[in-house]
Design a protein around this ligand. Structure first.
Ligand SMILES: Cc1cc2nc3c(=O)[nH]c(=O)nc-3n(C[C@H](O)[C@H](O)[C@H](O)COP(=O)(O)OP(=O)(O)OC[C@H]3O[C@@H](n4cnc5c(N)ncnc54)[C@H](O)[C@@H]3O)c2cc1C
Length: 421
């Protein structure tokens, strides 16, 4: 048994809270410092892939999350007429040991927040504390904290984890010349709508092509009144980047910036599928948020002394392939494993980085080349007005190979049984 460590986690998002729970479960003394004064259930839908759900199962959270979420059965790729190009089974339906869960990002965060407050103690999950810098000491690190009331304090620890998102202050300290995130010219409008379930009520669909794409999936169980909360995303290419991500995003990336119907209906207003009225769904939205598709170049290393990075602070990636939250959760589990496996902090943080940096670097690169969505373009180019049979347009085996190759590279695990962590 390796020593119990004192650990400060900067950031109480999904990555930071999962890390706190996973580390506390291994006996470490963890404090979370979250910049927000009052955490709110912000954002809309996200997907947790089976290998991330497995981490939550190991923390005893599976029943609670299943009750809030949808067991996703399949991911369907479709053209802009709603015709199925390829259906990829997901989660339990694909033979995984754990489900894929489609879930409300903010509700998941709040659930993890409550759990962390209970397990770590409410005083260890702190709000209104922005970690602005890390300072190295002889045998640990000091987190320099700016409080919401303008006062400052310091918190000493053996390990400091920067889980402070795409605008990470700690990442900026270690890479001061990095600059703003890189934009690929796509704008995303994300919304939720209460509507009748579409298809089987458990399917996620990505329809369209690289200039305009509509993603839709339910994120809550069907309610007694027959309605279901449905998450949707309209992606529209405003500028061409040639897959380099070298553009400057139009405004600072802010998940709470409201979007407008006028930006969507000229493009998506005529997308009426046999199984879904897209403009109807958009018009009935509870909320619409606007967000540019941004990432950052992969870093050469995450560890700097006793400080390391995790989640979006370490590897922000385009939200393609349902990897944003999933990879942050895998980081959290890998960090806890690495501390179990190594008596020295340096060795543990290096082992964590070796386990996680190469895969996340590859996903960033794959997502810049559109990841799984490249198959949408193959079909759009071959048959822009639709098709009678997909076999007339492309070889389904090529589509299947593309999808399976991406999943393998992104660490999807298929097949039972898998030992719980
Ligand atoms: C408000 C919000 C809404 C989002 N909505 C969606 C969505 O609808 N769909 C989707 O796919 N993804 C969404 N994301 C992104 C998604 O949550 C992440 O890609 C993924 O979960 C990885 O999470 P993370 O914990 O690494 O980073 P984040 O989720 O970004 O969490 C970082 C946390 O750190 C806090 N923080 C920031 N700076 C500091 C600091 N210096 N000190 C202390 N705390 C700090 C932030 O307030 C935040 O709580 C959203 C992120 C945020 C912050």
């Amino acid at each position: 048994m390796n020593p119990s460590r004192s650990i400060v986690v900067a950031g109480g998002g999904i990555g930071g809270l999962t890390a706190a729970l996973a580390l506390a479960a291994r006996g470490h003394h963890v404090t979370v410092c979250e910049a927000a004064v009052q955490p709110h259930p912000l954002g809309v839908g996200i997907n947790l892939l089976p290998h991330a759900v497995r981490v939550f199962a190991g923390l005893g959270l599976l029943p609670a999350l299943e009750a809030m979420a949808v067991h996703t059965r399949a991911l369907v790729f479709a053209n802009r007429h709603g015709q199925t190009i390829y259906e990829d089974l997901r989660g339990l339906a694909a033979g995984s040991s754990h489900p894929q869960l489609s879930i409300h990002r903010g509700h998941l965060q709040m659930r993890l927040w409550d759990e962390a407050a209970q397990r770590l103690g409410p005083a260890q999950v702190r709000t209104g504390e922005r970690v602005v810098a890390a300072r190295e000491t002889a045998n640990g690190a000091v987190a320099e904290i700016l409080h919401a009331d303008g006062t400052r304090s310091e918190r000493a620890c053996e390990i400091l984890v920067g889980a402070d998102g795409i605008h990470s202050a700690l990442r900026q300290q270690f890479y001061p010349d990095e600059g703003a995130p890189r934009w690929n010219g796509m704008m995303m409008w994300r919304g939720t709508t209460l509507a009748r379930p579409f298809l089987d009520g458990r399917t996620m669909v990505q329809a369209g092509h690289r200039r305009a794409k509509f993603v839709v999936y339910p994120i809550e169980p069907v309610r007694p009144d027959g309605l279901q909360r449905i998450n949707w995303i309209c992606d529209r290419r405003l500028r061409e980047d040639g897959f380099g991500g070298g553009l400057t995003a139009p405004s600072r990336e802010d998940w709470s910036k409201p979007g407008s119907l006028d930006d969507l209906l000229p493009t998506f207003g005529s997308w009426r599928f046999a199984w879904l009225d897209v403009p109807g769904l958009i018009r009935a939205a509870e909320q619409i948020l606007e967000w540019p598709m941004v990432d950052r170049d992969p870093l050469p290393r995450w560890r700097h002394g006793h400080t390391t990075l995790l989640g979006d602070a370490a590897h922000p990636m385009y939200p393609i392939g349902s990897n944003g939250a999933t990879q942050a959760i895998l980081d959290a589990a890998a960090l806890a494993d690495a501390l179990d496996g190594h008596a020295s902090i340096t060795a543990a943080l290096n082992a964590y980085e070796a386990a996680r940096l190469p895969m996340t670097r590859d996903i960033v690169a794959m997502n810049r080349r559109e990841g799984l969505d490249a198959i949408l373009d193959m079909v759009e180019e071959a048959a822009p007005e639709g098709f009678a049979r997909i076999e007339d347009v492309t070889d389904p085996r090529v589509l299947a190979e593309w999808v399976q190759a991406y999943k393998k590279a992104a660490g999807h695990q298929v097949g039972r049984p898998q030992a719980a962590p």
